[in-house]
Design a protein around this ligand. Structure first.
Ligand SMILES: NC(=O)c1ccc[n+]([C@@H]2O[C@H](COP(=O)([O-])OP(=O)(O)OC[C@H]3O[C@@H](n4cnc5c(N)ncnc54)[C@H](O)[C@@H]3O)[C@@H](O)[C@H]2O)c1
Ligand SMILES: O=C(O)C(=O)C[C@@H](O)[C@H](O)[C@H](O)COP(=O)(O)O
Ligand SMILES: [Zn+2]
Length: 354
């Protein structure tokens, strides 16, 4: 897909600091701000020190981790921008994983009703999914991304070098969103993921696969930027997945977002067989593949009511009905598929007994 078709410029580069220097040149000196988090700051910000010094860029470093994707962190960013004289023509550069780009994207999109921001994603998940497409947000009241905006970064700068320092679980977490992209749009993408050796990661071949995944994300974002219809495809696995993620947080056994999405996809593959004519044998094969990579988040029947309650908060719901994105075959998704409570409980029971 051509860049002209998307709302943000997606740049794949070996030299993110050069790209950032070019972008920063378009803004007044002293009006460029950098937001990052502690792990990325230690591991990667030294690489940007010349750029930061030369442009007199002010930086804020936030605590890492999903539990920090919250209002208090947004307030820290707003205060930082305000105290340092950010104005409407300022640029905010977000360097980090999906937690950081969601959080800082939200802060930038609301500060003075919105200032330009650039995402520099540093995890696989943020490169293939979170940094692209303009969904920003924070968790609130125990619910995922309950508060947020749609606001596209002016640019997304992707450099796969960052991925060499992420741990294996976080690599797998991003891989789950890529599997989702394959399931909703492209059997070719799904096949290349099936062929990818997760035990011995070939970083050189990653760039191409990442580009394929981002192209799929962009296709849906471009055609439906604010999720009125087909962008809901990108939410496959998330109705159940976000419920798993929130429950895990409540029960003090947090899980990575992509793992929750993988388990959510298993639940939603079951629903796709029951309600959407997905072939059962094929669904079982996919389920076994997902279980092999992601293991299982153990739940029992006493969790079903809470999981259901959490699903009632999903943003795709309408008129009190829980709407799922399902598939009839890989590459063929169906949106707004309402499932009754009884069937959802059957799906949770099926999952819990795997
Ligand atoms: N906006 C969207 O469209 C969208 C899409 C998918 C997911 N998300 C959100 O993204 C978040 C998950 O993002 P994530 O998986 O990137 O998690 P994350 O940002 O929490 O990063 C995971 C871990 O990796 C560390 N890290 C980041 N970059 C690193 C690097 N290069 N080397 C070593 N460690 C590094 C972080 O400090 C953290 O400990 C969730 O909040 C999810 O809801 C948003
Ligand atoms: O970009 C989208 O649209 C997505 O749904 C991508 C998801 O992977 C992502 O987790 C997103 O943040 C979920 O959004 P939500 O609206 O369900 O909170
Ligand atoms: Zn997701």
């Amino acid at each position: 897909m051509e860049n002209s078709k998307v709302y943000s410029k997606i740049i794949y580069t070996d030299s993110p600091e050069i790209e950032l220097t070019d972008w920063a040149a378009g803004y007044d000196k002293g009006k460029v701000f950098l937001v990052t988090e502690e792990n990325v700051d230690k591991l990667w910000l030294p690489k940007f020190s010349k750029f930061i010094e030369f442009q007199s860029i002010k930086k804020i470093v936030l605590p890492a981790g999903e539990s920090n994707k919250k209002l208090e962190s947004v307030i820290k960013i707003w205060e930082f921008l305000s105290k340092n004289g950010a104005d409407r023509k300022s640029l905010v550069i977000n360097i980090g994983g999906g937690m950081l780009t969601d959080l800082a994207g939200f802060a930038a999109s609301t500060f003075k009703r919105g200032v330009d921001f650039i995402n520099v994603p540093t995890t696989l998940l943020s490169q293939v999914d979170a940094s692209v497409g303009g969904k920003t947000g924070i968790n609130f009241n125990g619910l995922k991304n309950e508060i947020g905006t749609f606001k596209n970064p002016v640019a997304v700068i992707i450099n796969t070098d960052f991925l060499e320092t992420i741990d294996h679980p976080n690599f797998l977490s991003g891989f789950a969103e890529m599997i989702k992209h394959g399931l909703i749009k492209s059997t070719d993408h799904l096949d290349e993921l099936k062929g990818f050796n997760l035990n011995d990661i070939d970083y050189k071949s990653l760039l191409q696969i990442i580009q394929h995944s981002v192209d799929i994300k962009e296709y849906f974002v471009f055609n439906d930027p604010t999720e009125k219809n087909i962008r809901k495809a990108l939410n496959l696995g998330h109705t159940a997945g976000h419920a798993f993620e929130s429950l895990a947080m409540e029960q003090n056994r947090p899980v990575l977002h992509g793992f929750a999405v993988a388990w959510g996809m298993i639940v939603e593959l079951f629903l796709s067989v029951k309600n959407c004519e997905l072939d059962e044998t094929y669904s079982n094969e996919l389920t076994q593949w997902l279980l092999k990579i992601y293991g299982k988040f153990e739940i029992n029947e006493s969790d079903f009511d809470r999981l259901f309650e959490l699903m009632t908060h999903d943003k795709k719901n309408e008129s009190g009905r829980i709407n799922f994105t399902l598939i009839s075959e890989p590459g063929k998704m169906k949106i707004n598929h309402n499932c009754e409570k009884e069937l959802i409980f059957d799906a949770l029971k099926y999952y819990s007994e795997l």
